[in-house]
Design a protein. Structure first.
Length: 746
């Protein structure tokens, strides 16, 4: 097209296009009217054109096919029968909303809304037709008619896929707002929704009230059933159903327990007519899954590993059908083992041996040339009456209640029978006696300001320990050159004498006649040291027939089990040479102090199995003295002058302290009574500097009680397991015998 030519008018092009389309439609209609339709199935000419349905019917095969020359007009009825897919419905709804956002359509709708002025008739005449035309232009593309009926059908087609689809639901709400700009349907919908919510709440409240009433009726019925069951249970047990039987606690748990960290604790209660047990800690029930605690719902509470966090008050609530009963509280606390020096005195000579009897208040101190009776804690000297003179040097001491045995350096044995006599009380001067004997001295004492201290001194003089009277003495000669070791063992049925050189004599004690204190005639067994060995240490069990002997420069211990007519010897090998031995009163342990190159080692053996249970480094230097406190706590004294307390069950050191008084010569542990507690533990130490000390260890008696309780419970558990295994073995054996008998039967 040249520059001088004018551009064609677009209207003429549109008119030409419309004419061409109209001519094509007319040509197609004429050809369709004159076309000899044939069947597309059997190609027969015997067909009929169904103009209303725009189909071809074949008379030969009786089939109906579509007319290929048919141009179907838009029909809403046909489109409504065809469902839209969900994706098509979403796409059509998005296009509807997008059409309202076009600038041209928005301006038209805004002008119509302004002209309507919130009048319904004007809205219907101006705004609604514009909105229908906008939607109709979109739905025509999806087979719907551009009319009010087509718009409604398209909306129904979208609603079929709405369901739980939030996007479709919100899109329909926006379309509704666009079609009704001045309507108050939002308030109406909110009111309807609120009515629905109120109705739902009322239904829920009614259902909850009905459920509460049903639950109340069920609770009343269950209470009646429980009451009937309780009465039936009482009647089955032979009790009166009309009486109330509350739990009765027969044995309460201990009031207080002191434990060291890592120990086990057992709290038990014995109650009758009890069905449920519940242990509490500081008033709070203990759950079943409490770490480190077992048996929270039983009569036995076990603390597997005691820590500081477990310190507190424990109680048990016993419950049955008629009520509950709470036990006394048991306070568990962490033990603070603190040594305290009770008394230190100076004695005339070096104490070589100490003897303490639990039934008396005396501590018998053996010196080189005599015996002293002193009080256990105050170490006050008790006057001795009718005591025999000691012409020979005393070496060893042993006691049994009121009988005292003294071993002499010439091989003789002295036996004393003592009796305690209380001194008559010192009468204080009274005003009556002062008037009877007038004296300036008495008047001065009464009127003096120092009278109260003097009176307290007189009271202390009146409270001096009692007098020990020696009723009878005996002297027995032995074949030993000297008696350096002496002790009772096997429940005082045997007496051990030794010179701690090469000989050991065992005497079987029989009931003594009235005229003899000690029926000591001839030695039942005489045990000689092998070769040229010298005896280093001797230990005997107070309750069991076991005697342990160690020799100098030998790394072994000979263990003798004494019987009525013979004895058995067993040798226990050690790692180092022996320095000290000890055995508990009622236990199967043997404590051995071994002397290493630089340190002293402590070993614990079981005398029944001969098995080493523990080996540890004890002191710097050899262990010089060993003695058990109870059955499972061992007191050791080494050359480093330190005193240590060992727990042999947990294999740990409980306490260590250094007296700092000198070189110890003897060691003895004992129990004594105090006003605060029934028993207390003390350690007596004698020194080569002619001094005597008594140390009190706080809370040690409670620790010993807890260890003994733990041991007893362990023994009970072993017995239960053994009995259970024995019962299962018997049942299996009976089942095997029964099966064998059934197989032999014809």
């Amino acid at each position: 097209m040249g520059d001088g030519e004018e551009a064609p008018d677009p209207r003429s092009l549109k008119d030409a296009l419309v004419r061409d389309v109209a001519w094509a439609e007319k040509t197609l209609d004429a050809h369709a009217a004159t076309y000899a339709h044939e069947c597309t199935v059997c190609h027969s000419k015997q067909t009929i054109l169904l103009v209303a349905q725009q189909h071809v019917y074949c008379r030969m095969c009786r089939t109906t096919t579509a007319n290929v020359y048919c141009r179907p007009r838009p029909s809403d009825k046909i489109s409504e029968l065809e469902r839209l897919s969900k994706s098509a419905a979403n796409e059509m709804l998005r296009e509807m909303l997008a059409a309202f956002e076009l600038p041209h359509n928005k301006s038209l709708l805004t002008n119509a809304k302004v002209q309507a002025r919130n009048q319904l008739l004007l809205v219907v005449q101006t705004y609604i037709p514009l909105a229908l035309n906008i939607v109709g232009a979109v739905i025509v593309q999806y087979g719907f008619a551009n009319s009010l009926e087509g718009v409604l059908k398209s909306l129904r087609a979208i609603q079929e896929h709405c369901g739980d689809d939030t996007a479709l639901h919100e899109g329909l709400i926006q379309l509704r707002i666009l079609f009704s700009p001045f309507n108050t349907f939002e308030l109406d919908d909110a009111r309807i929704r609120q009515d629905d919510v109120d109705a739902a709440h009322k239904a829920i409240e009614a259902e909850a009230q009905r459920a509460a009433e049903a639950k109340k009726l069920e609770a009343l019925a269950q209470e009646r059933r429980d009451m009937a069951l309780k009465r039936a249970t009482k009647a089955a047990r032979g009790l009166d159903p009309n009486q109330i039987y509350e739990p009765v606690i027969v044995r309460q748990p201990p009031r207080e327990m002191m434990l060291v960290p890592g120990r086990q604790a057992f709290l038990s209660i014995v109650a009758t007519r009890t069905e449920i047990y519940q242990w509490t800690f500081n008033g709070t029930p203990l759950p079943d899954e409490t770490p480190g605690i077992r048996g929270t719902r039983s009569a036995y509470l076990r603390i597997s590993f005691f820590t500081k966090a477990m310190s507190g008050q424990y109680a048990c609530i016993c419950t049955n059908d008629d009520g509950c009963m709470t036990s006394d509280t048991c306070t568990l606390a962490m033990a603070q083992l603190q040594p305290t020096l009770l008394r230190r005195v100076t004695v005339p000579s070096t104490p070589h041996d100490l003897c303490v009897d639990a039934t008396t208040e005396y501590m018998i101190v053996l010196a080189s040339r005599g015996v002293e009776f002193r009080h256990k804690t105050t170490l006050a000297v008790s006057r001795t009456e009718n005591a025999p003179p000691c012409t020979d040097k005393s070496l060893v001491l042993a006691g049994d209640r009121d009988t005292l045995l003294v071993g002499l350096a010439n091989g003789s044995l002295q036996v004393w029978r003592t009796q305690r006599r209380l001194q008559p009380p010192v009468r204080e001067p009274t005003l009556t006696t002062m008037k009877k004997v007038p004296s300036v001295r008495h008047m001065n004492v009464v009127s003096d300001v120092k009278a109260p201290p003097l009176k307290r001194m007189a009271t202390r003089r009146a409270s001096v320990t009692s007098v020990v009277h020696v009723l009878r003495t005996e002297r027995h000669a032995t074949s030993l050159p000297k008696i350096a070791s002496m002790s009772f063992f096997a429940n005082k049925a045997w007496l051990l004498l030794s010179d701690k050189s090469s000989t050991l004599q065992l005497y079987r004690l029989k009931p003594a006649p009235d005229d003899r204190l000690l029926p000591l005639l001839l030695a039942t067994f005489v045990i000689a040291a092998p070769g040229k060995m010298r005896i280093k240490a001797i230990a005997a069990s107070a309750a069991l027939p076991f005697v342990a002997v160690a020799y100098e420069h030998v790394a072994s211990v000979d263990l003798f089990q004494v019987r009525t007519s013979t004895y058995a010897k067993t040798t226990i090998a050690t790692r180092h040479r022996i320095s000290a031995l000890a055995m508990p009163a009622w236990g199967y342990e043997l404590a051995i102090g071994e002397q290493g190159v630089q340190h002293g080692f402590l070993s614990i053996f079981n005398v029944e199995t001969r098995h080493r249970m523990w080996h540890t480094r004890g002191h710097f230097g050899p262990i010089e003295h060993l003695q058990y406190i109870g059955n499972f706590v061992l007191c050791t004294l080494g050359m480093d002058r330190s005193v240590k307390l060992w727990d042999t069950t947990k294999r740990a050191c409980l306490l260590e302290f250094v007296p700092q008084s000198g070189i110890p010569s003897t060691l003895r542990t004992f129990f004594y009574a105090t006003p605060e507690t029934s028993t207390a533990c003390a350690i007596a130490l004698g020194y080569y500097t002619k001094q005597l000390e008594v140390w009190h260890v706080a809370s040690l008696d409670k620790v010993l009680a807890s260890i003994e309780t733990e041991h007893l419970y362990a023994v009970v558990m072993v017995q239960k397991q053994w009995r259970g295994a024995l019962a299962r073995r018997r049942l299996r054996r009976a089942a095997v015998f029964a099966a064998a008998a059934d197989n032999r039967a014809p």
